[in-house]
Each structure stands twice: as C-alpha cells, then as structure tokens.
Design a protein around this ligand. Structure first.
Ligand code: C2E
Ligand code: CA
Ligand code: CA
Ligand code: CA
Length: 287
C-alpha cells in the first residue's frame, strides 16, 4: 500500500476498494437486472472464408447497467456463474437468440445464398451441469419453430477437458437431435487431440491467439504448420473449423488458404444489433 505524507487514511488503495464494491454490487444486482430486462444481445456474423457469405451469427450478451453503462460479459458472466444466476440468464440468452434466428429466417427465408442461417450461443459449464439443459433447449426450439440444426452451442475446451460421461450426456443428446456443438477457444486448453473423438462436437473454434499469429503475410512457418495440422486433423474427424478474431484481410486470406471453413472478427463486422445482420444477409442474397 502507498503511504502519502502524514495522512494515514490514504494507506488503502481506493481503486481496489472500488473494484471490490463494484464486484459485490454487481453480483447482488444481477437477479434484479435480469427481471428488469437490463441484458441485451449483440450478434456477430460468421462468414464463409471461401466467398465471404454469411453463415450465421454468434450471440454475445451485454448488461446495460443503470449506473455503469454497458458492461461486457467478462465483467459479469463469472459472477453469474458463481451465484448460479447463469442458468436463468443463459436460458434467456438462448431463447432470445433462437427467436432472433426465427425472425431472420422469416425475413430472408430458411436459407441465405450460402445455406441455412445459423445461430451460435455460448454455454457455460454450469449450464452443462444443470439437469434442465436438454429439456429447456427442446422447449425453446419447439416454441419458436426453429430446427435443431440451425442452432450451434459453443462450449469452451476447458469446460470439456476431463469431463466425465455424465457431463457429456446432455451434449450427446443435443447432438443426436441435430444441434451442433462447437468446441470454443480451441488450442488454449492443452486438450489431447485424440480426446476429440470422444466429444460430441462438430465444430472447432480456433482461439484468437492463432489468428493473431497470422498477422504477418506470410506468417511464421511454425504457426502455419500448427494451424495446418489442426485443420487437417479436424477435417479428418469431420469437424468444421471456425476461426475467431480475424481483424485483417491478410489474416483472412492466410486462414482461407490453410483450409479453415468459417471466420468471425472485426474485419467482417463487430458484434452489433440484429439489424446489422439483416444488412449483411441482404447484401448476401443479392450478390
Ligand atoms: P468468446 O465466446 O470467445 O467470444 C468472442 C469474443 O471475441 C467476444 O468478446 C467478441 O466480441 C470478441 N471479438 C470478436 N471479434 C474480434 C476481433 O476481431 N478482435 C478481437 N480482439 N475481439 C473480437 P465479448 O463479447 O466481450 O465476449 C467475451 C466472452 O464472454 C465470450 O468469449 C464468451 O466466452 C463469453 N460470453 C459472451 N456471451 C455469453 C453468453 O451469453 N453466455 C456465456 N456463458 N458466455 C458468454
Ligand atoms: Ca464463443
Ligand atoms: Ca471463443
Ligand atoms: Ca475467447
């Protein structure tokens, strides 16, 4: 702690105090925030690397806090996981996102120029462990009339490392229904590549760190070899490869050459309101 002159009341770090208060305050405010409708969802398009057409979108939740303004998920998802609020919050995100997918499909038809328009939703490990997951998902899809194969649930690699069969069972059931399961942040969790065969996943989402290493063109030859190897393995296991964090055209080109299937990142679009995808899909349909 810093000691300022003779004033011993300045010993504490006021910023640390503020952080603690905010953390505690945010945690206790979460349930009311959900009831008052302070959460909203931004959508970030996923595009086919081959032709740049829209493949779908990932739902990313935000909190419009009455005092602190818009808070990103990194600020409150861990708190919601800690208190268990992630279960109702996650269910809300799923329902909203699937409804949005329905609305897009009603407006543009079941398919874009590139195929069915899909919706990706993040799933916390707590939701995976919650017994209502499969039933909630089935009910939401039935209520909205969206086909299971339009939905992709993203689970982080770290959540599935060492997961026993009980934890994988709900994912298997969803996969059997036709829901896609994506392994998110792939490459950060030291998982055994052979382990992939055991998991009911159909998509690998390569972590942004790989994309960052493609900043230069041509990229570092070792990084290229690693991504090339992952893509080859994924394709041999019938998994599609999505890359995240694509910020430049050079990265997109490099990843396309390496055989990645779909991409997401600021180069194409930042996360935004659902109308923004309307514009992209429209461009797509008239192209
Ligand atoms: P994620 O699933 O890996 O999502 C991708 C993150 O990368 C998003 O951050 C997105 O805005 C950001 N991003 C996208 N393109 C680029 C790019 O080109 N460059 C850079 N630097 N960043 C990019 P965001 O929205 O802050 O979300 C952070 C994390 O919060 C997500 O990481 C996800 O793990 C979690 N999250 C978001 N929404 C939900 C949700 O509804 N439920 C759960 N359980 N977690 C969520
Ligand atoms: Ca994700
Ligand atoms: Ca990710
Ligand atoms: Ca991430």
């Amino acid at each position: 702690a810093k000691s300022a002159g003779g004033n011993r009341f300045e010993l504490a770090d006021p910023e640390a105090d503020a952080r603690v208060i905010t953390r505690h305050g945010l945690t206790t405010a979460l349930p009311a925030a959900l009831e008052r409708g302070e959460f909203f969802i931004e959508y970030q398009p996923l595009v086919h690397l081959g032709d740049g057409s829209v493949h779908g979108a990932e739902a990313l939740v935000r909190w419009l806090h009455p005092q602190h303004g818009v808070l990103g998920p990194d600020r409150f998802i861990p708190l919601a996981e800690h208190t268990g609020l992630i279960v109702p919050l996650g269910r809300w995100v799923l329902e909203q996102s699937v409804r949005q997918a329905r609305a897009w499909r009603e407006r543009y038809g079941e398919t874009t120029a590139a195929g069915p328009l899909r919706i990706n939703v993040n799933l916390s490990p707590c939701q995976l462990a919650h017994p209502g997951l499969v039933q909630d998902t089935v009910e939401i899809l039935e209520r909205t009339g969206v086909a299971p194969d339009a939905l992709c649930l993203e689970v982080t690699e770290s959540a599935l490392i060492g997961a026993d069969d009980d934890l994988l069972k709900p994912l298997r059931r969803l996969a059997e229904m036709g829901v896609d399961i994506a392994l998110d942040d792939f490459g950060t969790g030291y998982s055994n590549l052979a382990n992939l065969r055991r998991l009911p996943v159909s998509v690998l989402k390569l972590d942004r760190s790989f994309t960052q290493s493609m900043q230069q063109f041509p990229a570092d030859p070792v990084d290229l070899k690693i991504v090339e190897g992952i893509v080859a393995l994924a394709h041999s296991l019938d998994l599609a490869v999505t890359v995240e964090g694509v910020e430049t055209g050079a990265q997109a080109e490099q990843l396309r050459i390496l055989g990645c299937d779909t991409a997401q990142g600021w180069y194409y679009a930042r996360p935004g309101p659902p109308e923004r995808l309307h514009e992209l899909a429209l461009v797509d349909a008239t192209a």
